[in-house]
Design a protein around this ligand. Structure first.
Ligand SMILES: C[S@@+](CC[C@H](N)C(=O)[O-])C[C@H]1O[C@@H](n2cnc3c(N)ncnc32)[C@H](O)[C@@H]1O
Length: 595
């Protein structure tokens, strides 16, 4: 990946101060001294994606201003008395105002200012005065547009937000770890219809390693399951929506991504007292069977439209949505959530972004990864929250996995929709109910019998039932990824070793004294390692599945791939019978050619 150069861009007359080297990304250059921790090549994707989404947002906003839609929205909110008193309607061609709340070296802010047309000002803020000094040096070093448009500020991002309620068209939060404490103020600082861009890297917490830590930070219980990366997105969105609701605001996600070792969400923020009544209906709990892979949704609230007059009534969700015991495995349930239960992406944005990114190929250092991510996103079933891993389903019933496309075809042939997910190369999204999924597997096991399951096991309970459906495993075109058929990659390998988070930057004072937060992180990590050991012990069943295939005479060539960095022992073993599954986590390559 062409991310960085060690010298000033050719033709530059800028003088590099002694003791510094230069990193260039896009049109921005930053000065680095030996111990700088801010540049992490893995984050180039984050910045490239953010730049692309912001560019697309600027174009959309301009269209909304020209059509009068933005003005109408603003007037509505002002007339309802819920707009910030200082807010003014956006004007065509005026350009947007961006807050980068945690700007560190200023690299991102400088890129926004220099690479995007339609940016009026970027406020680059950081809590650490020493960091802001280096930021100023970088802005000066870049000169020109960067110096004109990027202003610096020292302070807590929360205070900057609260002092600028409704005044930033876009607010970017890119912390080390959790953004949880910043959400409440950020959601107030965004202008009507503005864009909020948020990173979270506390994946151990969000993916279910420490349910109680996640609940205290985000107000949601995570579930430690294969869908944990999408669930992490839905937890962050649910938290944001609930913060927004306190100010009569609500969110509309346009793109929400699980990337490598972090998540990044892009949402628009609107004010509407009427819409806020729907907050409970947009969130849901998930009942996860403790004996098998089955999970079921239940909305937190209900919206009931009564009679021909269309009277609307809001009610709490009725439930539980599941019986006392899991109908498949006879076990109990865990309840996770509340999670965001609505779509993660706006399909029009995804299509528009893909086209824009292709046009901008030459100016995006991380183009390949961006394109593959957006391609995978474009194929996701937007109305099906969460996914399962076929490999895990087969592990539950101790059977040799079918090829993913064979399994997916059976669901399509039974009348259901199916897709992959950008969050996990082995993940399968479908609107087929769980009894259908298990029936397909029961039919598969009948055709491919293995060792009898242990008495009393979940596998025995699931397989003892006669399938109600006669699965048809013949190839169905809709079961195939179109991108894959055309040889367009959806998952790319990491470009270099040690791809992952860098050590957290600490102000000097804090570096000397381990903070409470660090101790908390250490406890998180320790817990994660313990869980990994437990998972590794349970992982024997994966090996067993691979061995079955080897006995079957078909080579099991794929290694058990590692999950993403920050995983919590998620067992995403490659599907040995499917080349798709050679991609473990998002770390392995998809074959260039489709089937
Ligand atoms: C991950 S770095 C930001 C990287 C940057 N966004 C980029 O793309 O290069 C996080 C920064 O947040 C700053 N920070 C942490 N808490 C903050 C707060 N409450 N307000 C403002 N800055 C904060 C730290 O000093 C650190 O420089």
């Amino acid at each position: 990946m062409a991310t960085a150069a060690e010298a000033p861009p050719s033709g530059s007359t800028r003088v590099v101060p002694e003791g510094f080297s230069v990193r260039t990304e896009g049109k921005a250059s930053i000065l680095q001294s030996g111990n700088d921790v801010f540049f992490n090549p893995a984050q180039v994707i984050n910045r490239d994606m953010s730049l692309s989404v912001l560019k697309y947002f600027i174009a959309q906003r301009e269209l909304e201003i020209e059509s009068g839609a933005a003005r109408k929205l603003f007037n509505k909110v002002r007339n309802a008395g819920v707009a910030s008193k200082d807010a003014v309607p956006p004007k065509a061609g005026e350009g947007i105002r961006v807050l980068e709340g945690l700007a560190a070296s200023g690299l991102r802010a400088i890129r926004y200012a220099t690479e995007l047309e339609g940016v009026r000002e970027v406020v680059a803020n950081d809590l650490d005065p020493a960091v802001v000094e280096s930021m100023k040096r970088n802005i000066e070093f870049n000169g020109g547009v960067a110096a004109q448009k990027v202003s610096t500020s020292v302070g807590d991002a929360r205070l900057v937000c609260l002092n600028n309620m409704g005044l930033f068209d876009a607010v970017d939060l890119d912390p080390y770890g959790s953004p949880a404490k910043l959400l409440d103020s950020a959601v107030q600082a965004v202008a009507e219809g503005g864009l909020l861009l948020v990173t979270a890297t506390d994946m151990a917490v969000l993916c279910g390693n420490n349910g109680e830590a996640c609940y205290s930070k985000y107000g949601s219980y995570p579930l430690h399951k294969p869908y944990c990366h999408e669930m992490a997105l839905r937890i962050l969105l649910a938290s944001l929506e609930q913060h927004a609701a306190r100010y009569k605001r609500h969110i509309k996600p346009v793109l929400c991504l699980s990337i490598d070792f972090y998540i990044r969400i892009f949402v628009r923020v609107y004010t509407s007292a009427a819409e806020v009544k729907n907050t409970g209906t947009r969130l849901g709990y998930v009942w996860q069977s403790t004996g098998c892979d089955s999970f079921y949704w239940q909305r937190v609230g209900r919206r009931i439209v009564k009679g021909s007059g269309g009277n609307v009534k809001y009610m709490p969700g009725s439930g539980p949505a599941v019986p006392q015991v899991c109908p498949e495995s006879g076990s109990g349930f865990n309840m996770g959530g509340p999670y965001w239960a609505e779509p993660l992406h706006d399909p029009a944005w995804v299509a528009g972004l893909l086209a824009q990114v292709r046009r901008d190929k030459d100016s995006l250092p991380a183009f390949g990864k961006l394109h593959s991510l957006l391609t995978a996103v474009s194929e996701e079933l937007e109305d099906v929250p969460l996914y399962f891993s076929l490999h895990d389903v087969c592990k539950t019933i101790k059977t040799m996995p079918p090829r993913a496309n064979v399994f997916r075809s059976a669901l399509v042939n039974a009348g259901y929709r199916v897709s992959g997910t950008h969050a996990n190369p082995l993940g399968i999204k479908t609107d087929a109910p769980w009894d259908v999924v298990w029936d397909v597997m029961r039919c598969w096991v009948k055709d491919h019998p293995g060792k009898a399951p242990a008495a009393g096991s979940s596998a025995e309970k699931i397989l003892s039932r006669e399938p109600q459906l006669k699965a048809d495993f013949s190839r169905a075109q809709q079961a195939m990824s179109q991108a894959r058929s055309k040889g367009v990659a959806r998952f790319l390998p990491n470009p270099e070793a040690n791809w992952g988070p860098k050590p957290r930057h600490r102000p000097v004072k804090q570096q000397r004294q381990q903070s409470e937060e660090q101790q908390h992180d250490a406890a998180d990590q320790e817990q994660q390692q313990q869980d990994d050991v437990i998972d590794a012990a349970g992982g024997a069943t994966v090996t067993a599945a691979v061995e079955v295939e080897q006995q079957d005479g078909r080579a099991a060539t794929e290694q058990e791939p590692a999950g993403k960095v920050g995983d919590v022992g998620e067992d995403v073993g490659g599907d040995p019978m499917d080349t798709d599954a050679a991609a473990g986590g998002q770390q392995a390559a998809e074959p260039a050619q489709g089937l």
